[in-house]
Ligand binder design. Sequence first.
Ligand code: GLV
Ligand code: GLV
Length: 328
Amino acid sequence: MSKARIFVSREIPRAGRQLLEQHFTVDVWPQYAPPNKQQLIEKIAGCAGMVSLLSDKIDAEVLAAAPELKIIAQYAVGYDNIDVAEASRRNICVTNTPDVLTEASADFAFAQLMAVARRVVEADKYVRNGQWQVAWHPSMMLGYDIYGATIGIIGAGRIGQAVARRARGFSMKVLYYSSSPKPDFASETGARRVELDELLRESDFVSLHVPLNEGTRSLINADRLALMKKTAFLINNSRGPVVDEKALCQALKSGQIAGAALDVFASEPTPADNPLLLLENVVVAPHISSASHATRARMAVMVAENLIAFFTGKRPANLVNQQIFKAI
Ligand code: GLV
Ligand code: GLV
């Protein structure tokens, strides 16, 4: 039997690529920048599987152009870039890479939280720019305490829970907002489940860990930002559109909230003239929460294992559209 053809939309870490090459005929997009829609359509025509990135928009038009496609193995935990309903309608399996990136993503959320609260990035620039003229002053670069503060976790899934565990190490009080109660999480971390408004009112740090869907789009809008304390910070390393960026910018400028740390944006890459980038009380990063060497290697192996399972007739471990596998 000939090997299945797999398109991989960007170079992935070697461990994953080697595994793929042992089992499939693999075509890897060679450029650093993604294929555009037309290129993507041309590349996946005739492929039985693909490895997608969160920056590949896989909509009905793309799927219609790939009649032989049976599985999309997403190299990310979030998969809002894929029209999963349409994929399911076409009996195409969709898999993702949960678990392996949980701790790296939580590390980064916490790193950004600490950076914005204690002005780490601003302080670095201050020293480099030669602004440090006086050795020490009681009011130089004052920030906000992390230890003992209250953190509100919106979306208590794997990553949200991992952030809460870090917060406990800093003796933080943990609140969470989630569609269902998480008793194990609550007893492990002392986290208390509250309504969204209460979380926003009470928290010194509000950290977003929800997937992007119609229920979470613009979840953090002007009205909700208005509930937050003037001394509070918003941390977002989930998906940009969960926050109304214009409203956030306004809230930051007017002093409605103290600051924000963002790894994700309404559109990515965010334009260099995004007004948020002019604000000192904002810490930004280019969507790199899962970007550690070890984590990215594990994600690459995981996408390969999902594809291998599928093409050997097994249910992929990280199937998103569970109902599809039975249907084939
Ligand atoms: C990253 O944003 C991911 O969803 O894995
Ligand atoms: C600060 O450097 C201190 O010694 O308090």
